[in-house]
Design a protein around this ligand. Structure first.
Ligand SMILES: [Zn+2]
Length: 355
């Protein structure tokens, strides 16, 4: 057996040591000293400069092995789990496989945070935001869209607007506490569409009303939008895209105009996830069935929307260049920004209609 040095913690002098292993402890004999150390009190490590194995012991005592094989032979006989882990780490941490493992775990954790923790945290923070904050955000969004002429006054006659409003008001809702305020506008740059703001303000565009084949289809669209409001999709999306600002504001209890303006800007770029659209469709299915309206009406809306959509490849570029592009028009769309893809949604709605 090669030399084993013992340091007693009180001086830097190395004493040559002999070690005997017992069931739950080791005994160190070094010159005149004898120490009995419990196995649970031993930590082991490899020294970085010389690669020698060390045992770290209580009271700053230490063993240094001149030949690591002596240490490994002793460690082979020691049962505690932590020693096995420490050895495993020492033997593996420099290997490529270990580093790859660390990297994969790290990337996995980030992905887990992004896909699960972020939406969950956003939903939680969104639930803590006072309602008037989202009212302010929604008002700012509407004002911006009116100011940059994305939204123009509706050309639907007042009586027609009142009729659609009354029809929707009379429908039974899955949850009567959900805020809902219907606005009629025209937006030639957006085309047939509708969207919901976090306050419960829902914008229905003339262009959509005009292509529907029945008022039941319009009710289908509004039920879908009510779903987005009820499930706080817009609010959650806004918080998620500015989570740091919202977390800070929630913590300080102060939602200044900066947070409101930032959030309003985010709404304009908001795109709902595949899950949110499916959830809003499911909400619409539930609500339509509650009123004995077939969910197929919403599928029919998707079909007429697709038929009315201009074929982008056919559009004359010169014609487009003449038109000023509004900043919100190209982004703020709901129904037609269709995730999951329209055929999949149509199929799900038609299937629900048969159930
Ligand atoms: Zn939607």
């Amino acid at each position: 057996m090669a030399r084993i040095d013992f340091f007693d913690g009180s001086s830097a002098i190395a004493h040559e040591a002999k070690i005997s292993v017992h069931l739950d402890h080791i005994v160190i004999h070094a010159g005149a000293q004898t120490h009995s150390i419990m196995l649970n009190d031993i930590r082991t490590t490899l020294s970085t400069p010389n690669g020698r194995r060390f045992f770290q012991l209580p009271h700053d005592m230490m063993l240094e092995f001149h030949d690591n094989q002596d240490a490994e032979a002793i460690l082979d006989r020691l049962k505690p789990e932590h020693l096995k882990k420490e050895r495993w780490f020492d033997q593996n941490y420099r290997t490529k496989r270990f580093l790859t493992g660390v990297l994969v775990t790290f990337v996995g954790l980030i992905a887990l945070l992004y896909f699960y923790a972020l939406p969950a945290t956003s939903a939680w923070i969104a639930s803590k935001v006072p309602e008037d904050v989202f009212d302010k955000v929604s008002k700012a969004v509407l004002n911006d869209m009116i100011a940059d002429k994305t939204l123009e006054p509706s050309k639907l006659p007042e009586a027609r607007q009142a009729q659609l409003r009354a029809q929707f008001d009379q429908l039974k809702k899955p949850d009567t506490s959900v805020p809902f305020k219907l606005h009629f506008y025209s937006a030639p740059d957006i085309g047939p569409n509708a969207f919901a703001l976090p306050s419960g303000d829902v914008v229905l565009l003339d262009e959509l009303v005009n292509i529907t084949q029945s008022d039941a289809q319009t009710m289908g669209v509004l039920s879908h939008e009510l779903g987005h409001v009820a499930l706080h999709h817009s609010a959650r999306g806004i918080v998620q895209s500015s989570i740091v600002s919202f977390a800070l504001a929630a913590w300080m209890g102060d939602y200044g105009s900066t947070v409101v303006n930032l959030a309003a800007a985010k709404v304009a770029n908001q795109k709902y996830s595949r899950d949110f659209e499916r959830e809003a469709d499911d909400y619409a299915i539930k609500m339509l069935k509650l009123n004995q309206i077939s969910p197929a009406v919403l599928a029919d809306v998707f079909v007429v929307m697709e038929q009315s959509a201009p074929d982008e490849s056919q559009t004359d570029k010169a014609d487009q260049a003449d038109k000023p592009v509004n900043k919100t028009a190209s982004t703020l769309k709901d129904l037609f920004q269709s995730h999951p893809p329209t055929p999949e949604r149509i199929e799900a709605l038609r299937k629900a209609a048969q159930e």
